[in-house]
Design a protein around this ligand. Structure first.
Ligand code: TXA
Ligand code: MG
Length: 314
């Protein structure tokens, strides 16, 4: 299969409506989309990514008025979150409509839904007219792609089309919030912060690890976001062993230390935006060890620390 590149949201949508999979840009990471109403189309996502079938997908729509085609009911507090943060890096988990493919939700009675805050993505979704199930457009286990080149690197020859866009502005995935209970619970930290959620619904909280008997967000149990290199968390450059086969990413300068690659970010926002791309560049250059500087776990730091911690578990 040849992978075609396009900049036309309409061309990409036409392809998707033929029950094919299409990669598309969003402000968080690139997604790999398929018609969420079609089990046959959704199956192709799992096949292209090598993704385990028990990990549900997020369903994307262009506008809030499309939400009723995906979810059955919306509690009051979730309405307030939708009003405040959609479009944006927020995924809400709600009771699913029957028409959404059971394959997309891994058989769950709930579905995660999101509206990307990205002009090309929304034009594409509007042209599709159907809800679009889409995980991140990486091979399972690799860091999520934040550029179309990274999508091509992973999925060239495995998918028919990539809708090209700019590098993702946020660089980490959306915040997944369970809205099926009495108050919102963050299942996966992401681009929308806990503080922002609480400014609208003060009772919002983080899921306590292992507090529930069952896995609420099945995707969280898989190894994720990892480069081939070993990832170590450090509080600064002084805790590292600098050498050509090692890399450093963080907020503080590393001076003349001889790292093979380094990235000093001006802010946590830039750090989050750069992380996955940095991991991929490290892999391309055969880096064996990546040192990630830890940051405080507030704001976007919560999602960033989650990702670097997961990358270090291998
Ligand atoms: O930013 C994002 O969220 C990107 C872009 C493409 O939208 N998508 C993304 O999808 O990161 P994916 O499949 O890589 O991650 C989806 C996460 C997984 O952790 C999955 O378990 C969780 O959302 N999830 C999806 N549906 C769920 C549901 N019904 N209940 C609980 N968790 C769910
Ligand atoms: Mg993913």
């Amino acid at each position: 299969m040849r992978t075609q590149l396009t900049t036309s949201p309409r061309t990409a949508a036409e392809r998707l409506l033929q029950n094919d999979v299409v990669a598309f840009p969003t402000e968080t990471v690139y997604g790999l989309g398929a018609n969420a109403f079609s089990g046959e189309a959704v199956k192709r996502i799992f096949r292209a990514k090598g993704r385990p079938a028990d990990n549900p997908l997020i369903v994307h729509v262009a506008e809030t008025d499309r939400l009723p085609s995906v979810v059955r009911s919306v509690p009051k507090y979730a309405e307030r979150l939708i009003e405040a943060f959609m479009p944006g890096p927020l995924t809400v988990v709600l009771p699913k409509q029957r028409r959404i493919s059971a394959l997309a939700t891994a058989g769950l009675d709930t579905v995660g839904v999101r509206i990307p805050d990205h002009a090309v993505a929304r034009r594409f979704l509007a042209e599709c007219g159907v809800p679009v199930a889409a995980p991140s457009a990486n091979l399972s286990g690799k860091p999520s792609p934040t550029t179309w080149q990274a999508v091509k690197r992973d999925l060239n020859g495995r998918i028919p089309m990539i809708l090209k866009g700019n590098p993702s502005r946020i660089g980490v995935e959306s915040t997944v919030v369970d809205c099926t209970g009495a108050a919102p619970v963050i299942l996966r930290a992401g681009g929308l912060t806990l503080e922002e959620l609480r400014s609208v619904v003060p009772s919002a909280r983080l899921m306590k690890p292992n507090s529930a008997g069952r896995v609420k967000s099945p995707g969280m149990k898989y190894r994720h976001y990892s480069p081939l290199a070993y990832v170590f968390l450090v509080s600064g450059p002084s805790e590292t062993v600098p050498m050509k086969s090692a890399a450093y990413i963080g907020l503080h300068g590393v001076g003349v230390r001889p790292f093979g690659m380094k990235k000093v970010c001006r802010s946590v926002t830039e750090y989050a935006r750069s992380l996955y791309r940095f991991f991929r560049e490290c892999d391309d250059r055969g880096i064996e060890t990546v040192y990630c500087e830890t940051v405080s776990e507030d704001g976007l730091g919560l999602a960033l620390m989650d990702r670097i911690r997961k990358a270090s578990l291998q």
